[in-house]
Ligand binder design. Structure first.
Ligand SMILES: Cc1ncc(COP(=O)(O)O)c(C=O)c1O
Ligand SMILES: [Zn+2]
Length: 373
């Protein structure tokens, strides 16, 4: 059952659509959908003990009921790094990245809708995760990735039985190829960017922190931002917890991008509400943080608004700082992929960047990329 009478709505122009349709974007502006969803009610964090040991324990807050295709995703450990900074080990997820939080939602939605096939596009981890959950759900799946995606990620996608399409020309070209396929009949586009169910999965990152910290949240959440799915999930969860009276203050969102590909950081610091018009001649520089190298995130406007509303900011990290942070974490026992170290790279040099208590996600396993040097 889809919970309640949920519908998609377009945050830009208010267009609405039934969830049962395979319409993956707003037919008026081609933008991403949001979900009309309000949690069924609150629950005290200490009332959760004894529930299933996965993200499905937060059932009051989720738009889908616990599915048979769960791989036990969620409930990742929170481990101190310094006196004020803790790491949440989302690289310990079933497919070794935080994307499982959202992918399980999309695969479960697809399973209920029964499409002929599922299509996804990704810099690697989201596609891997969709491939795994589609395998679990018995759904045929095609994943589009940009040329140059880490070989371990493409190997993992293939291992789950998905059809892999490598697209020349970078992340934008990959997204366009997938969207072309998504317009075909009988296709469910498991887009972590356009489909809002994904954000209702990533939001469990914050529900877990809230439970682990006894009904509180840290002063700040540092979050890597490419398409902003973890960031928007975090914003959603803090808004829901606040609306239900389950937290008093909301954490600042510290959004982190690679210096080489930082369109949102630039827009934020220029005081803009959205990205400037696309420059078709622009070349996207390479970065070690491949998972957040997104030149034109479709939810840019929402991401900028969420960071501002939280009183947070954008930080950027150089390639050297990414390399150093990865070595530093490995030296402390955490083997993390190059994108997954970006937040630690941004906040590790003291409290000025993010004063107070802060949680950083270590959100992809080191085995996916190896060491950068
Ligand atoms: C390890 C890792 N961290 C962060 C991100 C960024 O997520 P998003 O594009 O939703 O902001 C990704 C995306 O692929 C990733 O793989
Ligand atoms: Zn629209």
């Amino acid at each position: 059952m889809l919970v309640g009478m949920t519908v998609y709505h377009c945050p830009a122009d208010g267009t609405r659509s039934e969830i049962t349709a395979l319409t993956w974007c707003c037919p008026v502006c081609r933008g991403p959908w949001d979900l009309d969803f309000t949690p069924a009610g609150g629950v005290a964090p200490n009332a959760l003990s004894g529930r299933v040991d996965s993200l499905w324990r937060y059932e009051e807050f989720l738009p889908l009921a616990a599915p048979p295709i769960s791989l036990g995703e969620g409930r990742t450990p929170l481990v101190p790094l310094t006196e004020t900074v803790s790491a949440k080990l989302d690289y310990l997820m079933p497919t070794l990245s935080f994307k499982d939080r959202g992918a399980v939602m999309l695969a479960e939605l697809a399973r209920r809708l029964g499409p002929d096939r599922v299509v996804a596009d990704s810099t690697g981890n989201a596609g891997t995760s969709i491939a795994a959950y589609c395998a679990r759900a018995g759904l045929p799946c095609t994943v589009y990735v940009p040329e140059g995606t880490s070989p371990k990620k493409t190997e993992q996608i293939r291992a789950h039985g998905a059809h892999l399409v490598t697209v020349p020309g970078g992340r934008e070209a990959t997204a366009l190829a997938a969207r072309g396929a998504a317009d075909g009949p009988g296709v469910f586009y498991a887009s972590h960017v356009f489909n809002p169910y994904f954000l209702h999965g990533t939001k469990t990152y914050v529900y877990e922190l809230w439970e682990d910290l006894g009904g509180r949240l840290p002063d700040a959440l540092a979050v890597p931002v490419g398409n902003g799915t973890l960031l928007l999930g975090a914003a959603l969860a803090t808004a829901e917890l606040h609306a239900l009276g389950l937290i008093e203050t909301r954490p600042r969102l510290i959004a982190v991008q690679a210096e080489a590909v930082a369109p949102l950081a630039a827009a934020f610091h220029a005081g803009a509400d959205d990205l400037p018009p696309a420059d078709p001649a622009a070349v996207v520089p390479a970065t070690l943080a491949e998972g957040i190298a997104i030149p034109r995130p479709p939810r840019a406007r929402q991401i900028l608004a969420a960071v501002r509303a939280s009183g947070g900011t954008f930080l950027t990290v150089s390639e050297d700082r990414i390399r150093e942070a990865q070595r530093d974490l490995a030296g402390r026992g955490f083997y993390v992929e190059t994108t997954g170290v970006a937040c630690w790279a941004a906040v590790r040099e003291g409290g000025r960047a993010a004063p107070g208590s802060v949680v950083v996600p270590l959100c992809g396993a080191g085995l996916k990329t190896g060491m950068a040097g």
